[in-house]
Ligand binder design. Structure first.
Ligand SMILES: *[C@@H]1O[C@H](CO)[C@@H](O)[C@H](O)[C@H]1NC(C)=O
Ligand SMILES: *[C@@H]1O[C@H](CO)[C@@H](O)[C@H](O)[C@H]1NC(C)=O
Ligand SMILES: [Cu+2]
Length: 555
């Protein structure tokens, strides 16, 4: 009887959602607030807990100092208090990468030359465990046998971390002398030290192969298959057999990777589509010219399909280079930041008369609905230009943390495009409806949520108790693995919609529901390690998402 009631409400919910059209001529939606000061320029960020964001910069004279007295290049930003606490590092993290091991430790590697009391970071690997009582970095300065500046990373289904490409030295675009067309795989044991594996694809896509796009492909054969894309091309690659499975056709309209930086998203994976992986690559530029307009196109493709072809659209009608994308809890994609012209790099010329390589900041966010393929461009613009070295990530309360922008070799303030320390939160339209938000009361029996991560495993049915937000409830659930964000990339990021096995109103309180949710089928679909559970009522996310750890251990 309860179930019947729920199903009829569910039908109503669907009705409500599909009946609400876009109103392009109404007042813009979404809201920006400047909430704090990052103190350390936000070149790289990662969500470390429901409230902490780790910031990582390059060596430069940031506002705060680390314990031993030199400028901090890493810090914790607390989104509840907007307070910043420095973290200690000894090697330069300039243009590095990161991804979580299955055991919950963040693996971080690569960087650049020495300076301001820091050692070179080209071969460094670094570890930090957010669940430690006082998390801080440990480093192995010569951890990698080879130098990597601008590598990519991805957490593999077995919980190891793939480190892909990069160059041996800092460079605008890559060149043959600096190219490092190899990858290596770090295991959560750290030993034995991995040896680089040759990867000819990174030669074929020269010179635009830095920070290649890497996505782990869902499958049901327990295979470690990645999609790798750089410049204008991509391949499917089987890691265990060292085999190129297929080549994907050239994407139309121009170059999509550094320094003609575009953005790549693995769109939400859905059980109803058997986790079919659609990748969307947007923006970029055609040439390294300051006045060159950014590419106003996106291509969608499922690289696992035989004879896969790009399906193109106009990126909402505006060209962007260096766009940042955010997978929202409601399965839509938010695009923020970026420039209308130019490419990634520092300003040229004297400080008092600089020539910026990227200009015409794109201040208006766009929201893309992967299902309808529609763009909502009628959103409130930010007032803060954020171009080279800016970042964005979803946080647990459904808002979006936006920071950075630093087209400067060293900290520079009071100029047209300064080292930007202001932190903004973007409130997406789903938090502006005035309707109540659902509340997650317990997950797998735990009620003290977010004080510790709830451990779950693949395929497990997990009981979740929620208080619904609305009269005509339509409950959906998703898990998001927030990636490591830098240079318009979110390494390892995944969004997986969950199967709702059952939903029952509690007998004594018809505002409360008990849900049974099925966790994703396997670690090719969602990487093991830290993730966040989002519950939505009619597309409005719960007050907080819940920190989970997906474990490979089924005992
Ligand atoms: C996870 O593995 C890394 C790499 O070996 C290690 O440094 C770290 O201590 C481990 N973390 C936990 C929580 O066991
Ligand atoms: C039912 O909802 C109320 C109000 O949100 C909440 O305080 C309470 O914990 C819920 N009960 C259970 C068993 O989850
Ligand atoms: Cu950079």
């Amino acid at each position: 009887m309860k179930v019947t009631k729920f199903i009829s409400i569910l039908a109503l919910g669907i009705c409500l959602v599909t009946a609400s059209p876009l109103h392009p001529r109404q007042a813009p939606v979404g809201k920006w607030d400047i909430v704090g000061d990052s103190e350390v320029a936000a070149m790289h960020i990662v969500l470390a807990s429901y409230k902490d964001i780790y910031i990582i910069d390059k060596v430069e004279a940031n506002k705060i100092k680390q314990a031993k007295g030199n400028p901090a290049i890493s810090a914790v930003y607390d989104i509840e208090t907007n307070q910043v606490t420095p973290l200690d590092l000894t090697t330069d993290t300039f243009c590095s990468a990161g991804s979580f091991f299955a055991n919950g430790t963040l693996f971080h590697g690569g960087g650049a030359e020495s300076g301001l009391g820091y050692n070179p970071g080209y071969q460094s690997v670094r570890f930090i465990t957010p669940t430690d009582p006082n998390p801080d970095w440990t480093e192995i300065p010569d951890g990698m046998t080879t130098s990597r500046w601008y590598p990519a990373m991805a957490t593999l289904p077995n919980g190891n971390v793939l480190v892909m490409g990069g160059s041996l030295k800092g460079t605008g675009k890559n060149n043959d002398a600096f190219n490092n067309p190899t990858y290596e795989i770090w295991s959560a044991g750290g030993a034995p030290q991995p040896q680089p594996v040759q990867f000819p694809f990174l030669v074929e896509v020269m010179p635009y192969n830095l920070y290649p796009f890497v996505h782990v492909m869902p499958n049901f054969d327990n295979k470690q298959i990645i999609f790798v894309f750089a410049n204008t091309q991509g391949i499917l690659y089987d890691i265990e057999t060292y085999t190129v499975i297929s080549k994907i056709p050239v994407i139309p309209d121009g170059v999509r990777s550094y320094p003609l930086t575009g953005n790549s998203v693995l769109l939400p994976l859905k059980p109803s589509l058997n986790y079919k992986p659609t990748i969307m690559i947007c923006g970029g530029n055609t040439e390294m010219e300051i006045t060159s307009p950014a590419i106003a196109s996106c291509g969608r493709i499922d690289p696992t399909e035989a004879n896969a072809q790009w399906e193109m659209d106009n990126f909402g009608g505006t060209g962007r280079v260096m766009p940042d994308s955010v997978l929202l809890p409601n399965a839509q994609v938010l695009y923020v930041n970026g420039a209308g012209t130019g490419f990634a790099g520092y300003h040229r010329g004297p400080k008092d008369n600089p020539l910026y390589l990227n200009d015409n900041p794109t201040l208006t966010p766009f929201i893309y609905d992967p299902e309808t393929k529609e763009w909502n461009t009628n959103l409130a613009p930010s007032t803060v230009p954020r171009m080279y070295h800016s970042v964005a990530t979803l946080v647990s309360d459904g808002r979006v943390f936006v920071a950075g922008s630093n087209p400067q070799p060293n900290v520079e303030l009071g100029t047209k495009f300064p080292t930007e320390y202001r932190v903004e939160m973007f409130t997406p339209p789903y938090l502006q409806t005035g309707l109540a938000r659902p509340v997650i009361n317990s997950v797998a029996g735990f009620t003290t949520l977010n004080t510790q991560r709830v451990q779950v495993t693949y395929q497990q049915t997990v009981e979740v108790k929620v208080t619904k937000g609305q009269t005509n409830s339509f409950i959906t659930a998703a898990i998001i693995h927030h990636g490591f964000v830098t240079h318009s990339q979110s390494f390892s990021r995944k969004y997986v919609l969950l199967k709702v096995i059952s939903a029952q109103y509690d007998p004594d309180n018809s505002n409360n529901l008990t849900l049974n949710l099925e966790m994703p089928p396997n670690p090719t679909i969602l990487p093991p390690g830290p993730s966040y559970l989002y519950i939505l009522d009619n597309g409005i996310p719960a007050t907080y998402s819940v920190a989970l750890t997906l474990t490979l251990d089924t005992t």
